[in-house]
Design a protein. Structure first.
Length: 55
């Protein structure tokens, strides 16, 4: 997929690494407490809300 905002349609080299980090943090939170949050940024209030809904 090309980036139409750039004249050559290229992407920044750092964009690829960010995607994996967010997924790793989401999986770590899910494995630690069983709450799956798909919204960025991850916030404590949403994790606590998810824990309350599990009980």
């Amino acid at each position: 997929m090309t980036n139409t905002a750039q004249p050559d349609g290229v992407e920044g080299i750092g964009e690829i690494g960010i995607v994996g980090a967010a997924a790793a943090v989401a999986n770590a939170v899910h494995h630690a407490c069983g709450v799956r949050d798909c919204n960025l940024p991850f916030r404590l209030d949403r994790v606590l809300d998810g824990l309350q809904h599990q009980a």
